[in-house]
Design a protein around this ligand. Structure first.
Ligand code: SF4
Ligand code: SF4
Length: 118
């Protein structure tokens, strides 16, 4: 069974372009949506994303909607803890495909990592 894991040097989920996330207002509160939109840079990437290292400059203080945790996914997406693993994998795959491509090294590394073969 594939086990969700975040891989290093990815950051695909930090590409926040709202045009690619049309349902934001359905799962974020008004204040969270405001925060989200304030974080979108001109290029669509989060202003807190460090492109050189592909890391978050505010990782310890990152917003709730950036966190993969059972209570966050339950509150935002109505996902039960037992469904979190598969849902998180699907989210990452969709985001990595959109940002880096289905045949990217990032996608390959992600699939290898969750399969436990990396
Ligand atoms: S898209 Fe997934 S694997 Fe990539 S940085 Fe985000 S959580 Fe990690
Ligand atoms: S705050 Fe950090 S984790 Fe959240 S989108 Fe921005 S760079 Fe990514």
């Amino acid at each position: 069974m594939a086990i969700w894991s975040c891989i290093s040097r990815c950051g695909a989920c930090c590409h926040l372009d709202p045009a690619e996330r049309p349902d934001l207002d359905k799962y974020l509160s008004a204040s969270e949506l405001q925060l989200y939109l304030s974080m979108v840079g001109k290029d669509g990437w989060c202003i807190n994303f460090e492109p050189g290292t592909r890391t978050c400059k505010i990782y310890a203080e990152r917003p709730r909607f950036c966190r993969v945790a059972p209570e966050v996914f339950r509150d935002l997406y109505d996902i039960a803890p037992a469904e979190l693993n598969d849902f998180a994998i699907a989210c990452c795959e969709q985001q990595i495909d959109g940002v880096y491509g289905e045949t990217s090294l990032e996608k390959l590394q992600f699939e290898r990592t969750i399969a436990g073969s990396n």
